[in-house]
Design a protein around this ligand. Sequence first.
Ligand SMILES: CC(C)(COP(=O)(O)OP(=O)(O)OC[C@H]1O[C@@H](n2cnc3c(N)ncnc32)[C@H](O)[C@@H]1OP(=O)(O)O)[C@@H](O)C(=O)NCCC(=O)NCCS
Length: 173
Amino acid sequence: MKHIREEFNSIILRNTQEEDLDFVVNCEQETENAQYVGQWTKEQHRKVLLQEDILHLIVEEKDTNKAAGYIILAGLTKSSKSIEFMRIAINDKGKGFGRESLKGVKKIAFEELNAHRLWLDVKYKNHRAQNLYKSEGFIEEGVLRECILCNGSYESLVIMSLLKHEYTNTLTL
Ligand SMILES: CC(C)(COP(=O)(O)OP(=O)(O)OC[C@H]1O[C@@H](n2cnc3c(N)ncnc32)[C@H](O)[C@@H]1OP(=O)(O)O)[C@@H](O)C(=O)NCCC(=O)NCCS
């Protein structure tokens, strides 16, 4: 996995280590997160730590050095440079860690991983996350209607993306 350690105002984004995996699995399974992010076992997370195509990051609170959440990016080795912002979950919500993490992800994707496109899918009903992505410049591309089955109900996914030149333009505003 590519080495990353980036400091921002209140958080640090750094590579996930073996000793972080219990935190990651617990964070993912926390009720408010579980309804919006995929669920992996500790072994599945451990496996991707070794993959060149994936970047698995811990969001660490700068003041306390405690883990506040985690992030997964995928598609790093794709020739299209279309990188997927696959997962984010923040345990300590509403304190700005999510927004700062997203700003950090944009910086890492476009400035360190040379992404051309950063994209994601988000559940149609996940208004908090959609508001955040929109306010950080992501454009809605469309809706995959009722494409996943969750606890017996079909749910829709919104596809959103940010292109390199759009990211660069927001820096000069
Ligand atoms: C989505 C998530 C990552 C945001 O992180 P966070 O630290 O709670 O967010 P922040 O405190 O940085 O707030 C970011 C923005 O979210 C929006 N927001 C916050 N709470 C909200 C709510 N209850 N309803 C709608 N929007 C809300 C606001 O636009 C806020 O912007 P502001 O800076 O103008 O207040 C986090 O809530 C989370 O882990 N949710 C569960 C998992 C998830 O949904 N992951 C994304 C899957 S695509």
